[in-house]
Ligand binder design. Structure first.
Ligand SMILES: [Zn+2]
Length: 132
């Protein structure tokens, strides 16, 4: 049994795919034109096939930062889609408990339950991780 209903899975899958298309379109809209056809961010970059040549050279610092942000979002979306297809979507990546459906609907790319998210944020705020 998947942790979420197939209806919800369907709904979230559609939404993620649309978000992904929108983001790719936005990236293409910005990178087309004054650069060559090569998109600054490979949609596959997160899969470990990073180019050695830094595409960022063609971008201003600001655009580079934005592109980096987008590539993280894309990676999150891809990861969520992957989990939807492979199973395991809706399971907290940290404690293995089911993530409440309302949380998934609000933020389809979440990978952790609220409790773990709060812990992770606390760790990030201290900047040093758990102090043990
Ligand atoms: Zn958790």
């Amino acid at each position: 049994m998947p942790p979420i209903s197939s209806e919800l899975q369907d709904q979230i899958g559609k939404r993620l795919r649309k978000d992904r298309e929108d983001m790719l379109a936005a990236i293409h809209a910005r990178t087309d034109g004054d650069t060559d056809d090569r998109p600054a961010i490979s949609p596959m970059a997160h899969m470990g096939s990073n180019d050695d040549a830094p595409a960022g050279e063609m971008l201003s610092h600001n655009e580079e930062h934005l592109a980096e942000h987008e590539s993280h979002l894309l990676a999150d979306i891809d990861a969520a889609l992957g989990r939807l297809e492979a199973g395991g979507y809706g399971i907290c990546a940290r404690c293995g408990m089911a993530i409440p459906e309302a949380r998934l609907v609000a933020t389809p790319t979440v990978q952790t339950c609220i409790g773990c998210q709060e812990e992770i944020e606390r760790e990030q705020h201290t900047g040093r991780g758990p102090s043990m």
